[in-house]
Design a protein around this ligand. Structure first.
Ligand code: PLP
Length: 437
């Protein structure tokens, strides 16, 4: 047997015994895993249903049409493209469909919680397009007034309404008023919140935007992948939008679609129709609200952004490492107006989608928050050096220091014990790993 299976077993152990709190992660169902691991990976299918470059695609066509139909029904859209390999290529294809190189694109700044593909430095979105970023205000919320001013000034061809580290609801009506006033395409990138939208716990952008993009592997709880959805409003603005998106996907950007992934997306969309998914989405939000409150902040969705400045300077990385040693996985994150560094920022980003998939509820979030607070006590005094040249060595030493910390080891044991009550969905048993270790 391949060495890889031993490594998968090792990773399964990590996923079972720890608290996965990266807000963009989740546990997929056994059926999603089965479709993803199926023989559909064997087939080449360049093109679209009924229009393939290769023979033998009758069944693949049925699968792709089925996935698209499910997506359109679920999101209330007019066309659904399920071939993008992942969120970033979906966003690139959507941009290519509506912009020419050099056009102005506007998106929320990375440091304000935006995504790389919405116009960040070093991303295709600022290399091939003229990127203008808008920001959150002092209250941490999107500053729609400054967005409007910037839009009037720069006349973008495309405005992105989407976030990757933002704990509040988005006001798509405000976005639409701004985009319509300057004649821009408006794309909602709902990657983080698509499951919440389907579950009815976040407003849908469908009547306000021209295109929706989403990854399928976050709150939507599908395989890694993405979709581009065209709205009625999008077709009214541009009747050719569907063919422009098709051309951007192939030949613009991709070759053969990942049919196993398409099938797994279809399975996850079927699951998202079930009443149990609505309950899940509601619980994700309830859990995040409790978690945020316990940590002294606010969440209106699935995600908590915790500013650690009250504990010291630039503690995000140290917190990430300490939490990892305590069996709690989160990621370091910049906070609005961060005074530390984008690499070693002042906050952490955490969320409840994966824990909620294990069946955890509000009372569990209080326990989880208590562990997090105990861990954070252990990094007090480990402030990021203000002198740039000292940072590299300091960061190297952090791991060595924290790995020996007895309190973190004790918390890890408590966390492991706690996770025994909450099996993870999925095929763990196929890797020779029992959920109860
Ligand atoms: C809002 C948003 N868009 C796009 C992406 C990119 O997705 P992927 O990592 O699948 O390329 C992400 C991923 O974090 C995201 O949060």
């Amino acid at each position: 047997m391949s060495k890889v299976f031993a490594l998968i077993k090792k990773e399964a152990h990590r996923q079972i015994t720890g608290l996965e709190m990266i807000p963009s992660e989740n546990y997929v169902s056994e059926d999603v895993l089965k479709a993803l691991g199926s023989i559909l990976t064997n087939k080449y299918s360049e093109g679209f249903p009924g229009r393939r470059y290769y023979g033998g695609n009758e069944v693949i066509d049925e699968i792709e049409v089925y996935a698209s139909e499910l997506a359109n029904t679920l999101f209330g859209t007019k066309a659904a493209f399920v071939q993008p390999y992942s969120g970033s290529p979906a966003n690139m294809a959507a941009t290519m469909a509506v912009c020419n190189p050099g056009d102005v694109v506007m998106g929320l700044a990375l440091t304000s919680g935006g995504h790389l593909t919405h116009g960040a430095n070093l991303s295709f979105s600022s290399i091939f397009y003229k990127a203008v970023n808008y920001n959150v205000g002092k209250d941490g919320k999107i500053d729609y007034d400054s967005l409007e001013r910037l839009a009037k000034q720069h006349q973008p061809k495309l405005i992105w309404a989407g976030t990757t580290a933002y704990p509040y609801k988005l006001d798509y009506e405000k976005y639409a008023a701004i985009a319509d006033a300057v004649g821009a395409y408006l794309i909602a990138d709902i990657s983080h919140i698509s499951g919440l939208i389907v579950g009815g716990v976040h407003p849908t952008p469908v009547n306000h935007v021209h295109i929706i993009t989403t990854t399928t592997h976050k709150t939507l709880r599908g395989p890694r992948g993405a979709m581009i959805l065209v709205t009625e409003k999008g077709l009214q603005k541009d009747p050719d939008l569907k063919s422009k998106i098709e051309r951007a996907i192939i030949p613009g950007l991709q070759g053969g679609p990942h049919n196993h992934q398409t099938a797994a997306i279809a399975v996850s969309l079927e699951e998202a129709f079930k009443p149990s998914f609505k309950k899940y989405a509601l619980q994700v939000v309830k859990n995040a609200a409790v978690l945020a409150k316990e940590l002294g902040t606010i969440s209106e969705n699935h995600l908590v952004l915790k500013d650690l400045s009250e504990l010291g300077f630039g503690l995000g990385y140290q917190a990430q490492v300490a939490l990892e040693y305590a069996g709690i996985t989160v990621n370091k994150n910049t906070i609005p107006g961060d005074k530390a560094s984008p690499f070693y920022p002042s906050g952490i980003r955490l969320g409840t989608p994966a824990l909620t998939s294990r069946g955890m509820k509000e009372a569990d979030m209080i326990k989880v928050a208590a562990w997090i607070k105990r861990v954070l006590q252990e990094i007090k005094g480990l402030d990021l050096p203000t002198e740039q040249e000292k940072r590299k060595d300091f960061i190297k030493d952090i791991k060595k220091l924290l790995v020996k910390n007895k309190n973190l080891q004790k918390i890890k044991a408590e966390v492991e014990d706690f996770t025994k009550k909450y099996p993870i969905p999925g095929l763990y048993k196929h890797y020779g790993t029992k959920n109860r270790l």
